[in-house]
Design a protein around this ligand. Structure first.
Ligand SMILES: NC(=O)c1ccc[n+]([C@@H]2O[C@H](COP(=O)([O-])OP(=O)(O)OC[C@H]3O[C@@H](n4cnc5c(N)ncnc54)[C@H](OP(=O)(O)O)[C@@H]3O)[C@@H](O)[C@H]2O)c1
Length: 333
């Protein structure tokens, strides 16, 4: 019998990878919980075309509506926008009420300690604590840093179409290893993890490869034949930039918080070295490489070659188009 899965954030970057991974694995019946305001979006219509059941639900509305949408659902996966993490609370309560067998809260990021390093992680941990408080079975999935926001631009500009969201600096001396994953592979791991009894009430680290940023730049030079400029930024400078950003916003709901998140991530994976399989094991994560050694994933080198051949897919296109439209409107005023 098919496993019934409901996804919050199915049209997002992570959510789209998960939908694809589940559809390709077969054996899943997928429901996308979509906010009513988004029902007419082309991405939502595309979900329906692929056989995903689309159910309009306002997560801020009556909980009975969420419960109705979740009746008969085995697994709920949340891949919601990071600024809306607290909207998961009523979904967790509704999941508990209707007997959902496993809840996957929105993590899908780098490994880090629960508190004191990444504010976004802290909010995710608070949500996880709510899951534990209501005694709902769960699995946390972290995936490392996406390839899609890792590779820098090339001097020729030929991969600029897909590197706008990439980190522009190298933290410290670039020698700290960090786990990296192709966004497109996340769904493959999720399809395995959510039906695996070994991962129930556990955290799982599912990543493709571990590299230092020095390795990443060298690899890109080798495959492109171009010489890259390296912009090393010391821990002291990142900390000073973080302190400046924190003066503007400490509230993760605020658009200015993006800068805080950026510098906190750089410190966490680029300087402290939190985002590694070793530290994940110390924190109690299971490693997807041990659980599913057969999973085929895209290497960072293959990904780089795809970008160079013009076959890459930029991330957050909708958001960037909205931003560009807003900027051009402001210019005209
Ligand atoms: N590992 C990494 O390198 C990395 C990079 C970026 C993000 N992440 C993590 O990935 C996770 C998901 O982020 P993402 O960037 O993939 O997501 P995203 O692309 O921003 O997508 C957000 C999704 O959430 C939905 N959504 C937003 N507000 C909602 C609301 N109020 N009610 C219901 N749905 C709502 C959006 O639906 P609409 O279509 O209605 O807007 C969309 O489907 C986060 O935990 C984030 O921290 C990790």
């Amino acid at each position: 019998m098919a496993v019934t899965v409901a996804i919050v954030g199915a049209t997002g970057e992570t959510g789209s990878s998960i939908v694809k991974g589940l559809l390709q694995s077969r054996g899943f019946e997928i429901t996308a919980l979509v906010r009513p305001a988004s029902l007419q979006k082309p991405k939502v219509r595309a979900l329906a075309d692929q056989g995903v059941k689309v159910v309009p639900v306002d997560l801020g509305g009556p909980e009975a509506e969420i419960r109705n949408a979740l009746k008969g659902i085995d697994v709920v996966i949340s891949a919601i926008f990071a600024g809306e993490l607290l909207a998961q609370i009523p979904v967790i309560d509704a999941s508990k009420a209707v007997g959902v067998k496993r809840f996957i809260p929105c993590f899908f990021a780098t490994v880090a300690p629960p508190k004191g390093v990444l504010r976004l992680r802290e909010v995710k941990e608070d949500v996880l604590n709510h899951v534990k408080k209501v005694y709902l079975p769960y699995t946390v999935i972290d995936v490392g840093w996406w390839y899609q926001i890792t590779l820098p631009s090339l001097p020729s500009g030929r991969i600029d179409y897909a590197t706008e969201m990439s980190v522009k600096d190298i933290a410290g001396d670039g020698s700290v290893p960090t786990a990296l994953t192709d966004l497109r592979d996340i769904g493959k791991y999720v399809a395995r993890i959510i039906v695996d009894p070994r991962t129930l009430n556990r955290m799982v680290f599912a990543y493709n490869e571990v590299h230092t940023f020095n390795d990443v730049y060298k690899m890109l030079e080798d495959v492109s034949g171009e010489k890259l400029k390296r912009n090393y930024v010391s821990a002291e400078t990142i900390k000073a930039n973080l302190a400046e950003a924190e003066k503007k916003s400490m509230n993760f709901l605020d658009p200015d918080f993006l800068k805080v998140a950026h510098f906190q991530y750089l410190l966490s994976w680029g300087i402290r070295g939190d985002n590694t399989p070793e530290y994940a094991a110390y924190l109690g994560y299971l490693n997807a490489k041990d659980l599913y050694p057969d999973v085929q994933y895209t290497t960072l080198e293959t990904f780089a070659k795809e970008l160079i051949e013009g076959k890459g897919q930029p991330v957050y296109e909708e958001m960037r188009a909205l931003r560009a439209a807003r900027a051009s409107q402001e210019k005209q005023q």
